[in-house]
Design a binder for this molecule. Structure first.
Ligand SMILES: N[C@@H](CCC(=O)N[C@@H](CS)C(=O)NCC(=O)O)C(=O)O
Length: 220
């Protein structure tokens, strides 16, 4: 098959996976078992030197393979390749700028702090310092979700325009992580974040991705 997504359930591969389901094209889904450190294996490191999930491989016998390794970049690449799927609002529109703005904020700020929270042991040695990192990033994340909630309160249900975009898939993914990490207060304590997550969970492409990854919804 031309497209292969290397994924792990409920990892950063989730937003690109939802995007692929929305496109409706055929693709291979290859599981990376992090409990067995698949991401550090030689064969995977050759594909993705960052040794992280996700990786998208788009095979093209005439031009050579395209490999994309950042979840937001995969979403945008898929939008370019499959414009009819409307994964992002129309090019050059106001809505496109808004969706891009939030998508980049989500990946370079919210996701970055969630990663520090989750991988705190890579940034600190003592238990005290690890706990402090969780407390400090947790407080920052609470503020970020509040800002997102405030933004959604003015419009919605989607981040931009009249239909969901990759920015929405990304917010669902990250709010779900915040929920599971137990940052306090939880993302779902924000009424508009919760409303947004429930609207996302009702989308067929989201349901199909969750089913395929065998994960359950975080928001009730
Ligand atoms: N910015 C990257 C982050 C990717 C990332 O951190 N993936 C995690 C899973 S959510 C991973 O593979 N971690 C394995 C590791 O760091 O050892 C993206 O969005 O694609």
């Amino acid at each position: 098959m031309a497209l292969t997504l290397f994924f792990a359930p409920d990892n950063a591969s989730l937003a690109p996976h939802i995007a692929l389901r929305k496109i409706g094209t055929a693709f291979d889904l290859v599981a990376i078992d992090k409990s067995k450190n698949d991401q550090n294996s030689d064969w995977y490191a050759a594909l993705n030197p960052h040794q992280r999930v996700p990786t998208l491989v788009h095979r093209n016998p005439s031009t050579g393979d395209t490999i994309v390794r950042e979840s937001a970049a995969i979403c945008l690449y898929l939008n370019d390749q499959f414009p009819d799927a409307n994964l992002m609002p129309p090019a050059k529109s106001h809505d496109r700028a808004v969706a891009l703005d939030w998508l980049i904020y989500l990946t370079n700020t919210v996701q970055a702090d969630l990663m520090v929270w989750n991988y705190n042991y890579r940034y600190a040695e003592t238990e005290l310092h690890k706990a402090e990192l969780r407390r400090m990033t947790g407080a920052r994340l609470v503020q970020m979700f509040k800002t997102l909630d405030q933004y959604l309160s003015a419009g919605g249900p989607w981040i931009s325009g009249q239909s969901p975009s990759c920015a929405d898939y990304f917010l669902l993914m990250l709010a779900g992580w915040g929920e599971q990490f137990g940052i306090s207060p939880l993302p779902s304590s924000n009424a508009n974040i919760k409303r947004h997550a429930l609207a996302c969970q009702a989308l067929p492409e989201v349901q199909a991705a969750f089913d395929a990854e065998q994960i359950s919804f975080f928001f009730q």
